[in-house]
Design a protein around this ligand. Structure first.
Ligand code: ATP
Ligand code: MG
Length: 625
C-alpha cells in the first residue's frame, strides 16, 4: 500500500512521544502496522522490544494477523500484541509468582455463584435491604469501573446513581481483599500499584519494551494512561493513535481528554494529523463529518476523501419491527455482488440481535455474531414462557410446572403443589392437586379448568399461546406481585415478550417454536449459524469499532434505545455528556461503511409508537444542509 505523505511522516516517527489524531478510515491502524514493519526492517529495532497495545481482544487478534502477513517469517509472532487488560493481568501474575501468593480472578460474563454479579447482588441486598434489578446491577458495575478507572479516592464529586454506592464499593473491595479475589478493573489498579511499588519490575518491563504503540487511544482511562506513561518512561518512545470523536467508553471511565492534552504530560510530543479517509465514499464521509459536528466538546478535524460520490446513505422507516426485519432481509438480498462477510448489521443493544438472527436463519442467510453477551435465552422471563408452553405440551412436566405454578393466577397454594408433586398421577400434575383432601368443590372446579386451559393452549399456534399466557393467565399481573423476581422493569419484560412473539410468528406449532428457540440459543452460544463460512456480521456498535464493511445496516434506531432512555433523561436535565457519547457511537457505526449505509428504524414496536432516533433527524438535517 502506498501511504500518503501525512501517513508516511507519522510512520517514520521513531523516538520520543507521538500522537496521531485523525478521523475514521484515515489509516491510523494502517500506520501502526506500517510503522511496526518500518521499525523492524528499516531501523533495525528488534521485534521483541515492541509492545503493541489495543483496546479489545478482537482488535488485538486482527492486528496480530494483519501484521504477521507482512513481517518476515523470522520476525513473526515476536512482537507482543496485547490488550491493556491482559498486559496488566500479566504484571499481576508476575507479582503473584514473586510473592508466592495467588489471587482468584473473577471476571468474564459468569453469572453463577461466586461471580462478580453474584457478590455484588449480595452486598447490595445487605446494604440496601432490597434486591437489585439486572439493569441496576449493570449500572452498579459500570459505576465501580468508572471509579476505579478514574482512580477516585472519595465519591463526593462522583455522580453515582446506585443507592449507598460508597458503602457498596467499600464492602465489595473489602470482600475481595479478604477472599483474595481480583476482578477485571482491579487488574489495572493492581498493576499500576505494583509498577509503582516495585521499581525493579518496572525497570524490567521498560528494558523489555522500549517501544510502545497504542491503538484507539481515545478509549484510555485515567489509570490506563498512567500505566502507559509509567511503562514508556523515561525514554517515552510512545506512539499513540486516536480519534476523540470515536471515544465510546466514557461510561466505563475512558477519558479522551488525556489524549487531547497530551502535551501536558509529554511537552515534546510530536503531533500528526491524517486527513484523507480511504474507507468510505464521499457521501458517507461528508454526511458523518457533518453529524459529528453536533457535538460541542471535540477537537475539530478535516476529513477529506478522494473517493467518488456514490450512493447516498438511505434512511428507512419501517411500519413495525416485523417490517424492519423484512427490510433487512430485502436489503441483504439486493447486495448480490457483495459477499456475505462484506455486510454488517449493527445495533445499540445486544437484545436486537435475537429477532434478526431468527430472521436470517429463516431465510438461510449465513451469519456470525460478534462478542455476543445475550442473556435472552437464560432470562427468567423467557424461561417462564418456555415452561408455560412445555407444560401445555406435557402436563406431567414437573420442572415446567414448578416454575409457573404461582405465576398463572390460579390461586394454587404451596401445600397443594407439594401434595401434587408427591402424589401419583397419570395424566397431569393437576390431577395430583385434585387429590388434595382440603379442596372445596368450587376449588376443584377451578383446578379442573386449569387442565383444560393448558390442553386448549397446546393446540394453539405459538403466537396465540403466548397471547393466552398474557391475557388468560394474566402472567404479567402475576409477576408484578411476584416477590422473588428481580425488579426488572415491565418495559423490559414486554420487550422480551415482543421478541418471543416475533420468533413465534414464523412457527406453525409450539413444538416448532420451542425447537427454534433451542436452535437459536445454540447459534448464540457458538457465535455462528450452522452454515460454513463467516457470513454476515451481527454486532453491537461498540464491538464494531475499528472494523469496516462494504455495506452497513444500522437498525432499531429509535429514541429510548438509541439514544437510550437514561441519556434522554440526562439531556432533559441539561446534561449533554451522555448524548455526545451516544452520538459518537452513531458516528462510529456510520463510518464503518465503505459504500452502502442504511439507517433503519421501526415506527412501532410491541404495538407502541416509537419516534425515530434523534440522530436520524440530525442526519436528515445534514443531508439537506
Ligand atoms: P478507524 O478509526 O475506524 O479505526 P483507521 O484510521 O484505523 O480507522 P484503517 O483501518 O487503518 O483506518 O484504514 C481504513 C481503510 O483504508 C483500510 O481498508 C485501509 O487498508 C485503507 N487505507 C489506509 N491507508 C491507505 C492508503 N494510503 N491507500 C489506500 N488505502 C488505504
Ligand atoms: Mg483503526
Amino acid at each position: 500500500m502506498n501511504l500518503d505523505q501525512q501517513q508516511q511522516r507519522a510512520m517514520h516517527h521513531v523516538h520520543g512521544p507521538a500522537l496521531v489524531l485523525a478521523g475514521p478510515g484515515s489509516g491510523k491502524t494502517t500506520v501502526l502496522m506500517s510503522r511496526l514493519a518500518y521499525l523492524i526492517s528499516e531501523v533495525g529495532i528488534s521485534p521483541q522490544s515492541i509492545l503493541s497495545m489495543t483496546f479489545n481482544k478482537a482488535a488485538q487478534l486482527e492486528m496480530e494477523e494483519r501484521c504477521n502477513q507482512f513481517l518476515k517469517e523470522k520476525d513473526r509472532h515476536k512482537i507482543r500484541f496485547s490488550t491493556l487488560h491482559s498486559f496488566c493481568n500479566g504484571v499481576v501474575k508476575d507479582y503473584e509468582i514473586r510473592q508466592r501468593r495467588m489471587l482468584v480472578r473473577i471476571e468474564g460474563n459468569d453469572r453463577g455463584a461466586g461471580s462478580r454479579q453474584d457478590i455484588l447482588k449480595h452486598i447490595y441486598r445487605e446494604t440496601n435491604k432490597a434486591s437489585i434489578s439486572n439493569d441496576e446491577l449493570e449500572e452498579l458495575m459500570n459505576e465501580i469501573s468508572v471509579a476505579k478507572n478514574k482512580m477516585l479516592k472519595d465519591f463526593d464529586q462522583y455522580p453515582y446513581r446506585t443507592k449507598n454506592f460508597p458503602s457498596i464499593y467499600k464492602a465489595y473491595d473489602q470482600y475481595k481483599k479478604t477472599k483474595l479475589l481480583i476482578d477485571f478493573d482491579d487488574m489495572l489498579t493492581y498493576a499500576y500499584h505494583i509498577l509503582l511499588k516495585c521499581p525493579d519490575m518496572l525497570t524490567a518491563y521498560r528494558r523489555q519494551y522500549p517501544y510502545i504503540q497504542v491503538d484507539e487511544g481515545q478509549d484510555l482511562s485515567g489509570i490506563q494512561f498512567e500505566i502507559v506513561k509509567l511503562l514508556a518512561g523515561p525514554c517515552n518512545n510512545l506512539f499513540i493513535v486516536a480519534d476523540d470523536d470515536q471515544s465510546i467508553y466514557g461510561f466505563r471511565g475512558a477519558e479522551p481528554d488525556y489524549i487531547l492534552t497530551i502535551e501536558k504530560d509529554f511537552p515534546n510530543c510530536a503531533l500528526y494529523y491524517l486527513e484523507q479517509n480511504y474507507r468510505s465514499t464521499r457521501n458517507i464521509v461528508e454526511l458523518s463529518s457533518k453529524l459529528i459536528k453536533y457535538n460541542l466538546k471535540r477537537f475539530d478535524k478535516n476529513h477529506r476523501t478522494s473517493r467518488d460520490h456514490k450512493r447516498d446513505p438511505v434512511v428507512i422507516q419501517a411500519k413495525d419491527e416485523y417490517e424492519q426485519l423484512k427490510c433487512i432481509v430485502k436489503t441483504i438480498k439486493k447486495m448480490t455482488r457483495k459477499k456475505a462477510e462484506d455486510i454488517a448489521i449493527l445495533y445499540r443493544n445486544n437484545l436486537s440481535s435475537v429477532a434478526i438472527a431468527d430472521m436470517l436463519l429463516g431465510n438461510d442467510i449465513p451469519f456470525s455474531i460478534k462478542q455476543n453477551k445475550v442473556c435472552f435465552f437464560r432470562h427468567w422471563f423467557v424461561q417462564d414462557m418456555v415452561a408455560f408452553l412445555k407444560f401445555a405440551l406435557d402436563q406431567k412436566d414437573t420442572d415446567a410446572f414448578t416454575r409457573i405454578c404461582f405465576k398463572m393466577n390460579r390461586f394454587l397454594s404451596k401445600e397443594m403443589v407439594e401434595h401434587a408433586l408427591c402424589s401419583a398421577y397419570r395424566l397431569s400434575v393437576i390431577d395430583g392437586i385434585l387429590t388434595y383432601h382440603e379442596l372445596q368443590p368450587f376449588q376443584k372446579q377451578k383446578i379442573g379448568d386449569i387442565k383444560r386451559e393448558f390442553r386448549r393452549m397446546s393446540k394453539m399456534s405459538p403466537v396465540k399461546a403466548l397471547r393466552y399466557i398474557e391475557e388468560v393467565f394474566c402472567y404479567f399481573e402475576a409477576v408484578k406481585e411476584y416477590r422473588h423476581s428481580p425488579g426488572v422493569s415491565a418495559e423490559y419484560l414486554y420487550n422480551l415478550f415482543g421478541i418471543l412473539k416475533t420468533i413465534a410468528r414464523g412457527c406453525s406449532s409450539i413444538i416448532a417454536f420451542l425447537g427454534r428457540l433451542a436452535a437459536l440459543e445454540d447459534i448464540f452460544r457458538n457465535g455462528q449459524s450452522a452454515s460454513c463460512g463467516p457470513g454476515i456480521t451481527l454486532s453491537t456498535l461498540h464491538a464494531s469499532k475499528g472494523l469496516e464493511y462494504d455495506c452497513v445496516l444500522m437498525v432499531d434506531l429509535i429514541n429510548e434505545e438509541f439514544p437510550g432512555i437514561r441519556c434522554i433523561e440526562d439531556m432533559n436535565n441539561g446534561e449533554g455528556t451522555m448524548l455526545e457519547e451516544e452520538r459518537r457511537l452513531f458516528y462510529v457505526g456510520m463510518t464503518r461503511a465503505k459504500e452502502y449505509l442504511y439507517l433503519i428504524s421501526p415506527k412501532t414496536k410491541n404495538n407502541r409508537a416509537m419516534s425515530r432516533s434523534q440522530f436520524i433527524d440530525e442526519v436528515l438535517a445534514c443531508k439537506k444542509g
